[in-house]
Design a protein around this ligand. Structure first.
Ligand code: CA
Length: 740
């Protein structure tokens, strides 16, 4: 990952920056950038290129004018979530059971894209693309479903199906404060996996982030999924945009127009940036809406199409759709054969020369647009709404649909795009073949794998703890979640007020190890508000063991300049094999060295065996998180099996990583020790290799637990750090599997 160069560029004056960027532009013919600009609930008739008269969309129209507009462009579902699942996978989402709008269910791994599916970001990522997801995600709220865990390198937006647009309405810190489905509209925005401070109107913020990413990533192929939630309800716009529409008297339509206009400005900023950086001809830009406009809700207009969002008549699934790729797609074209949103994935991977694992339903549409291919991109397009027992299929101009009516209907869309006059279900009207093709396709689909928005109540009844989410910034007040097959052997939740329980913990005192600067003392370990806090202080302690000429560093120091605490379960609690889980918030300031570790009960160090679940310190000048085990060689020196992970890896994805609690876990069996941070495996230690020089295995004996924060030594120089500093431990839990 090349972060240094873009960082430098950003600090240069704008004029110089573009010159530099241009000179570094990749040669044409290389993998093109891909940008999908997706609007939400925008009507077919609400873009200039489809004849809209009251809302100018000059920038969206630029895409159609520089490339092609599709007069028969479809999405694969009539509401948000499933339509997006289709876009993001290039596959009919019914193939993997994404047949409903997902709920905000942050504890449910099944509410969202199943792990069998690869996103466009994952597939393009294998070919060296960096990727950004912006705006509305709606493909799962469980952390395993967040954009950064589904192939994206960056994310700026929100997880659920809609959001407030005005920063003053973002009253909840994050998803952990959500207590009902629609609360999620009110959370602060996320940047990557953390929350972010944002002051701009949401649509403007998304546009700004898109432009910023293009500037930073200009020298590598990129993929941007710019998923505006505008003009989805709630209808909210700023005066800047509202003032453009004094000619619209209907208040709803006026606000809707303002929201579309804000998107249009953003599209203009993105297109301008591509031109300015000279990458216009190396970037494919798609524009479309995720489903038809819900005309009564947001005052959208689907033109002459029947119905709107949710419907399998044209108004629900037939959307404004255009693409530009200057130099590759001739400008100003109109393409009339049916295409579908799934084609974006197939088109992108064709030019990225990427190979998706799953079979795509879309096709590369560029050869069809250029005339290189003369047939139909799709013999048939299909739709199913499982809960409504509704379906549709289009083949050529004919469409078979069963939606509101009890009966099936056939239309010839070439004569009757408004689906006003249903035709006879006859052979002449292709009814039998349409029906057979649909049934064949439907037989390949899965039933929905999760309850959706329509089953919100039912889902909450089945999952009463649906929103019981641990607040990452707060102590965990929920009961321990015992891993399956295990029992809780021992724990300290650090509840109550006062000193650590002396039945569990002993204090270290004085100078102890590694030439560290701090004097350990019991006074610096205290329990309050559900956490153990180890406090590092800048305070002097006279060394009672001082001996001027001693060779022992513990004695030849007159005083300590810092104090801290180390508590340990030595002679009080030890365990052999099991899972140890510690939730903690570490202080990453300069000079500090917090740790979670264990030592074997028998033998001298290092032959007793040391396991460092967490150490944070500076190595070769850089902050690192470590996950180690150590044992002894013939000279009683430590042999390490360790990893040192640059701390920046964590803060890159989560700027406020250090403000949160995290879970460190050791999974220890006779055969291995696996060390995890927030379920990410950091190190696996093979215990067949951890033999001391004398042949004993230190990890086949019980270990006791230590929690401490050292100051100085590996922690670095603390002299410019303000004190006191705090390392907080929420709990220590040890589980064992009784059958092992
Ligand atoms: Ca939508």
């Amino acid at each position: 990952m090349n972060l240094k160069i873009p960082g430098l560029l950003l600090s240069l004056p704008l004029s110089l920056m573009s010159v530099q960027a241009k000179s570094q532009t990749r040669p044409s013919g290389e993998k093109p950038n891909v940008i999908i600009i997706l609007t939400d609930d925008q009507g077919y008739g609400d873009v200039g290129f489809n004849g809209c008269t009251d809302i100018p969309t000059p920038n969206i129209d630029r895409i159609a004018e520089s490339g092609v507009r599709f007069t028969n462009g479809y999405v694969s579902y009539a509401v948000c979530g499933p339509s997006r699942a289709g876009i993001m996978t290039g596959r009919y989402q019914g193939r993997f059971g994404f047949g409903r709008n997902p709920l905000v269910a942050p504890r449910d791994t099944l509410q969202g894209l199943p792990s069998s599916e690869e996103t466009m970001a994952t597939v393009l990522g294998r070919e060296g693309y960096t990727s950004l997801a912006l705006g509305k995600w709606h493909l799962g709220a469980h952390k395993s479903q967040w954009p950064l865990n589904r192939g994206f390198d960056e994310f700026f937006g929100f997880l659920n199906g809609g959001h407030q647009y005005l920063p003053e309405l973002w009253t909840l810190e994050d998803i952990s404060e959500v207590r009902a489905q629609f609360d999620a509209y009110n959370t602060r925005l996320m940047k990557d996996n953390g929350r972010v401070e944002e002051k701009e109107y949401l649509t403007d913020a998304l546009s700004r982030e898109a432009v910023d990413f293009i500037e930073r990533r200009v020298n590598e192929p990129f993929f941007i999924y710019l998923a505006y939630n505008a003009p989805h309800t709630p209808l909210q716009a700023t005066e800047k945009y509202l003032s453009r529409f004094d000619h619209i008297k209907d208040k709803k339509r006026k606000t809707y127009a303002a929201m579309v206009s804000a998107v249009d400005d953003g599209v203009g900023q993105v297109l301008d940036k591509l031109e300015e950086l000279g990458i216009n001809e190396n970037t494919i830009v798609f524009f479309l809406s995720d489903n038809g406009g819900p005309e009564h809700h947001n005052a959208s207009d689907n033109g002459s199409l029947r119905d709107g969002k949710g419907s399998l008549y044209e108004g629900g699934i037939h959307v404004p759709f255009a693409v530009q790729w200057p130099g590759h797609i001739p400008a100003g074209q109109v393409y009339e054969k049916p295409v579908i949103s799934l084609d974006m994935f197939a088109t992108a991977v064709a030019y990225a020369k990427a190979t998706p694992k799953n079979k795509l339903d879309g096709v590369n549409i560029v050869p069809f647009i250029t005339g290189e291919e003369t047939g139909m991109p799709h013999e048939q397009l299909y739709w199913r709404k499982y809960d409504q027992k509704a379906f549709a299929i289009r083949s050529g101009d004919h469409k078979l649909v069963k939606y509101k009516s009890e009966v099936e209907e056939v239309y010839n869309l070439a004569d009757d795009i408004s689906e006003a006059q249903s035709l006879a279900l006859s052979e002449e009207n292709h009814y039998p073949e349409l029906k057979a093709a649909y049934e064949q396709w439907e037989s390949e689909l899965k039933d929905p794998i999760f309850l959706g928005l329509m089953q919100n109540k039912e889902y909450t009844q089945q999952n009463p703890d649906r929103f019981k989410l641990v607040n990452p910034y707060q102590p965990d007040v929920l009961e321990a979640k015992v891993p399956e097959g295990y029992e809780l052997l021992w724990s300290d939740e650090f509840n109550g007020e006062g000193k650590p329980n002396d039945e569990f913990w002993a204090d270290e005192t004085g100078f102890v190890r590694n030439h560290e600067l701090q004097w350990y003392q019991a006074d610096n370990a205290n329990i309050s508000k559900g956490v153990l806090t180890i406090e590092g202080r800048r305070e002097e302690v006279v060394n009672p063991h001082y001996k001027k000429r001693s060779k022992n560093w513990r004695k030849n120091r007159v005083k300590a300049d810092y104090t801290s605490a180390c508590i340990k379960t030595k002679d009080k609690f030890a365990f052999q094999y099991g899972i140890m889980e510690v939730r903690a918030r570490i202080d990453t300031s300069m000079g500090l060295w917090p740790a979670i570790w264990t030592l074997g009960v028998e033998n001298q160090w290092p032959a007793n065996g040391e396991v460092d679940q967490m150490e944070y310190y500076r190595f070769e000048g850089e902050a690192k998180l470590l996950a180690n085990a150590a044992w002894a060689d013939a000279q009683m020196q430590a042999v390490w099996d360790g990893v040192k992970i640059p701390f920046s890896q964590f803060t890159e994805k989560e700027q406020d990583w250090a403000d949160k609690f995290h879970i460190w876990k050791m999974d220890w069996t006779e055969d291995y020790i696996r060390l995890y941070l927030d379920d990410r495996l950091l190190n696996e230690i093979d215990l067949t290799r951890t033999l001391n020089a004398d042949g004993t295995n230190p990890f086949h004996q019980p270990q006791y637990i230590l929690l401490n924060m050292a100051i100085g030594s590996n922690g670095g120089d603390p002299s410019n750090t303000t004190f006191p500093r705090h390392y907080e431990v929420d709990y220590v839990r040890v589980y064992q599997n009784p059958s092992l």
